[in-house]
Every structure is written in structure tokens, then in C-alpha cells.
Design a protein around this ligand. Structure first.
Ligand code: MLT
Length: 390
């Protein structure tokens, strides 16, 4: 028997598991120190009240014989798909409920979408970026090439005459740099994909943080995207669902490759490998897209953006940084030419701040560090103060 040899081409640990292990070791050795956790982008919560009430009501409904539900539809309940479709309509994007596939968070589909594609397809992935895209394709044995994202291109690489790819991952607002594509940038990628037959996998997990009204929040706001792009999104960051787990992926009806509708193939794949998201969670997600739930969720997003401004104000006094405006992440240059893990260790040991080393997001992340604004105001103010002490 042989195990998958592609494990050998991956880092030994997943980035955030490595950060968690180092943090736990430091805390065990220094139990009296109060750590400020700004590493993984996990929300401070709580859940919007409308979500809590909807999940509680759905659980009670399931506790009555006439309200009980067993396995749900593989693609998600109609009521949630309709609520998501209405959310898209408010953004100015036309997405039919039948094009929406509910899942347990964007991470799962970001990792699983590769099941649709041949192993020989060339995958183009920005560097730096959320590590799941690279890990998942390495595990599948698929060739990966990188799109350099640097301060020179504002961390928003565009296709050029030499660009070759079958699958392109884009993440906007970007994790980790916070950079967000404008319409022209996305149009360039859509035109590239429609011309070459490539498929764009567009991760919009942080769309709720876009405050600049000129920036698109969905790739479907750009003409031509429905024949070349799959969009992934989640309620994790919009409505504090990191521990509840619910997201969605859009396969437009017009997205066909090799004579097949990709959405139909995806449903075939999901029916084999996925039994859906629980009914109470889908009712909670529906409530998050309701008038009251959305207002409550937007309050939390505003709070995190204020946190980001506080952190950016402190960091701007001693280092260059990006993000923090249309994004909950601040991407900073490590001071004094320090390496990413070196500065990570410095912040952990000298300031008791947990961050994420930029090098963990790719080669171009070396020399940078990511801080998340998804924390309590108390922690953010304390972190700004500790950072300000030099
Ligand atoms: C991050 O910190 O990059 C994210 O929280 C990870 C994730 O969403 O899976």
C-alpha cells in the first residue's frame, strides 16, 4: 500500500496550525502573560441576535414530529438560496437561486473544487495568498505556477501577454494583503479567461469589508464573468459564522467546459461526498441575510474596520503597511529588515502579540507580517499601545 506521495510537496504543518502550536508552546512556558491574538482571522463575535433566534426556532421545530427534517438537499434549502440571491441583487449582481450551492464554509470548497478539473491543468495562484489554494492543488498533484503580488503592483497582479493558465485563483479583498481589485482589474481577468477558456475561482470571503463604493463586491458585477467564473463566499466574516459553518459557491448556468455545465458536475460531486449543512444553521444563515440580521452583521463589520484603523494608525508610525481599509487584515513590512518568522517571534516573545508571518502565505510574503482586526476593542487598543512602545 502507498500513501499519497503529494504530501511530500506540502509544508509539514498548515500555516495556522503552526502559528497555533508556537503560540501554545509560548503560553505554556509563560502562563502569566496575556497574549493578544491577532493571528488567525477568527471573529470575536457574538452572533447576530436574529441568527441566534432563527437557529433556536429551527431547533425547536426539529424537536416536533411535524417539524422534523432529516437529510436536506445537497445544494442547500431553497429558502437560503433565495436569500443569497437577493443579497447578490442588492450588490447589483444577478445570481439565480439555482446557481447557488450551500456549503459548510468557503474553505471546504476552496479545497474541494479541484475535483472538477483534470490533474494536468495548470493552476495559477497569487503569491502571497490564503494557503489553502496551493496546499489543495499540491495534494492533488496539479502543477502550480505563481502570480507575483508585490508592493510594485499594489499586490494586485494582472494577466499579461505571456500569462498561461487553465485555472486561476483570485481573492479580493485579498487575504493576506487586503488589496481589492477594481472593476478594470477584474475585467482584465474575465477577458483573459473568456479568451483562453480558463476558469476563474474567485474567493469573495471578505466582500463585506469593502467600503469603497467604486469597488466590486462580486465578480458577477463585471460583464462576461458568468461564462468563466466560480465565486466562493462565506458567512464566517460577514455574520461571525466561523464556529457555525456556512458558506456558498456560485456556478453560473452559462459556465460550461468540455461540453458540460460545471454546476451540474459539482452537484454530482456533492451528492457523493457531502450531506449538506444542518437545517438550523441554514435557517440562521437565512436570518443573517434578512433586514435585521444584516443590520446587526454590518455593525460588527464596522467595528472590525474601526479596529483596523486603530492598528493601522499605530503601525504607520514605524512601518509601511497595506490593507485595513476594505479588509480586516493589515499587511505590514517587518521593521529593520527582519524576516517574517523573526518578527513573528519578536512580537510573540517581546510584546505578547500573536500575528501571522507573511512567509506562510508564499515566497513573496517573506519580510511581511499580517495582523487581523477581528478582535475585541480592548485587545486592539492594547496591541496598538504595545506596538507604539517600539
Ligand atoms: C485566515 O486567518 O486567513 C482565515 O481565518 C483562515 C480561514 O478563513 O480559513
Amino acid at each position: 500500500m502507498k500513501i499519497n506521495p503529494n504530501f511530500a510537496s506540502m509544508e509539514r504543518n498548515y500555516l495556522f496550525a503552526e502559528v497555533a502550536a508556537k503560540t501554545a508552546a509560548y503560553q505554556a512556558a509563560h502562563p502569566d502573560q496575556r497574549l493578544l491574538r491577532m493571528g488567525i482571522g477568527d471573529v470575536a463575535g457574538p452572533l447576530p441576535q436574529a441568527v441566534v433566534e432563527a437557529m433556536a426556532a429551527a431547533s425547536r421545530e426539529m424537536g416536533r414530529k411535524e417539524g422534523f427534517r432529516g437529510y436536506g438537499p445537497y445544494e442547500g434549502y431553497g429558502f437560503l438560496r433565495e436569500a443569497i440571491s437577493a443579497y447578490y441583487a442588492d450588490l447589483g449582481a444577478q445570481v439565480d437561486p439555482a446557481e447557488i450551492y450551500v456549503n459548510d464554509g468557503a474553505k471546504s470548497d476552496a479545497g474541494n473544487l479541484g475535483d472538477l478539473f483534470d490533474r494536468d491543468n495548470l493552476c495559477l495562484i497569487p503569491d502571497p495568498v490564503y494557503p489553502v489554494y496551493v496546499d489543495a492543488n499540491r495534494l492533488a498533484g496539479r502543477p502550480v505556477a505563481f502570480l507575483d503580488a508585490t508592493p510594485e503592483n499594489g499586490f494586485l497582479p494582472l494577466p499579461g501577454p505571456e500569462t498561461r493558465a487553465d485555472i486561476v485563483y483570485l481573492c479580493s479583498p485579498n487575504n493576506p494583503t487586503g488589496a481589492a481589485y477594481d472593476r478594470q482589474g477584474l475585467q482584465a481577468w474575465v477577458d483573459f479567461a473568456n479568451r483562453t477558456g480558463a476558469v476563474l475561482l474567485y474567493d469573495a470571503a471578505y466582500e463585506a469589508f469593502i467600503t469603497d463604493p467604486g469597488l466590486p463586491r462580486s465578480i458577477y458585477q463585471v460583464p462576461g464573468a458568468k461564462s468563466c467564473a466560480i465565486e466562493l463566499c462565506t458567512l464566517s466574516k460577514l455574520a461571525s459564522f466561523t464556529g457555525v459553518r456556512c458558506g456558498y459557491t456560485v456556478f453560473p448556468k452559462g459556465l460550461r467546459r468540455g461540453g458540460q455545465a460545471l454546476g451540474e458536475l459539482w452537484l454530482r460531486r456533492q451528492a457523493t461526498k457531502f450531506n449538506g449543512v444542518s437545517y438550523p444553521v441554514q435557517r440562521g444563515a437565512e436570518a443573517a441575510f434578512g433586514k435585521e440580521g444584516l443590520a446587526q452583521a454590518r455593525q460588527a463589520v464596522k467595528y472590525y474596520l474601526e479596529n483596523a484603523a486603530i492598528l493601522a494608525g499605530a503601525i504607520g508610525k514605524f512601518a509601511r503597511y497595506w490593507g485595513g481599509k476594505n479588509s480586516p487584515y493589515i499587511w505590514m513590512e517587518c521593521p529593520k529588515g527582519m524576516g517574517s518568522w523573526e518578527y513573528f517571534d519578536f512580537l510573540l516573545c517581546e510584546k505578547q502579540i500573536v500575528a501571522t508571518p507573511g512567509a506562510g502565505f508564499g515566497r513573496n510574503g517573506e519580510g511581511f507580517l499580517r495582523l487581523t482586526a477581528f478582535g475585541s476593542r480592548e485587545d486592539v487598543l492594547e496591541a496598538a499601545e504595545r506596538l507604539g512602545r517600539g
